[in-house]
Design a protein around this ligand. Sequence first.
Ligand code: CO
Length: 470
Amino acid sequence: MGNRFKHGFTTVADDVTHADLRVEGQIPAWLTGTLIRNGPGQFEVNGHSYRHWFDGLALLHSFTFADGRVSYRGRYLRSAAYLRDNATGRINYRGFAVDPCRSLFQRVMSLFVLPPPGHNAAIHITRVADRFLALTETPIPVAFDPHTLETLGVYDYGDALSGQVTTAHPHFDAQRGIAINYLLKFGFTQTYQIYGISGARRHLMARIPAPRPAYMHSFAMTARYVILAEFSLVLPVAIDVLLSGKPFIENYRWQPERPARFLVIDKDTGARAATVEAEPFFAFHHVNAFERDSDLILDIAAYHDARVIDHLRLDHLRGDQPSLDWGELRRYRVPLDGRSATYEIITDLPFDLPQIDYPRRAGQPYRVVYGAGSHPQDRDFINQLIRVEVESGAVKTWYEPGCYPSEPVFVPKPGATEPDDGLILAVVLDGARESSFLLILDAATFTEIGRAHVPRVIPFSFHGTFFADI
Ligand code: CO
């Protein structure tokens, strides 16, 4: 059959807008606001391909809804990497899995001089004190205008907190009115720093020693705790990943002889409440977490090991029939009394890119998760959207042959009281037509309400957020 989804890894033009997309079905009149998403849109420069999906240059795109109509905009983030790589026609910065083209002299010098960051913030977006920020796993975000998607420049918190590795998945603690993230700092010893952001100011909440830091793409939060899940993909020696001379992820090693560990940190005291071991596993994404009796419940899109990272190399994904490892939705029970963590499988359907009714359910018991995965009889790439009731494992899916959806984003209906009274928005690549559309599903029934056609391919994006007020 060949690869029907490789167009999702094709470089597309910059600065494209379409004011009034052709709509099939109906866009609900109450749907007002903008979905902004982030992901790679340029995959090579002057014939030099970036090596990994995570290294493509960030393309922001947005869908704005008003009066039953929808408009599209796509624009590249003007990061240092975007500007300099395109100006010079070569890859200048070290990335997730890519090395710059360098002379021998530059290679030797880079052993002594910290390489400059490329700021290719291609993973996610967030809003901090009315600043819209593009995020990646190096801790310097890039600000942009949410209406025009124009780049405003790197964002400096202007404080003394420093570190080398973070996540593009901050949490929002509505009760405390803060955003929370972690920042790994290398030095004489390694430290996970948990910090909060209130207004535009950061404050340190906890410092946890990290002798062998793990690669963690996201983390979990309950009402009382922050939980770092250290998978068995770790730095075998304590070396600053930015100084090592290797692409970021190549510093990490899969060490299954090391158990996975849940580091449970009290948000109010900053103390470590527990360190709980589990069988080795890997994940990019936590779904949600909450406290039940004296245990913590963590739902995670989990993999048996970290091979999936290698499967997401661009040469592999653009190949004829690329194999791809899939996550499964697991529920971990993390006791705080010294016992190990255990898990059960909520659904064994291929599953990742989870989204919940985050503003209302983060850190709380919840009912439904939406995600993306692969149809069991057609496992070529992300080609199925999934709605799972987490207590029963009951599943509903959306699938259309040759169509490849992004992460599904939940938009609650204003004033809704039922858990999934709202819509699902997903950007879908139609592999046969070589174009994309925005798919709108009823979140409860998972049936289609409408779709808005974009007369271009939108490369696969990672993450995004719906803002009702812009
Ligand atoms: Co992610």
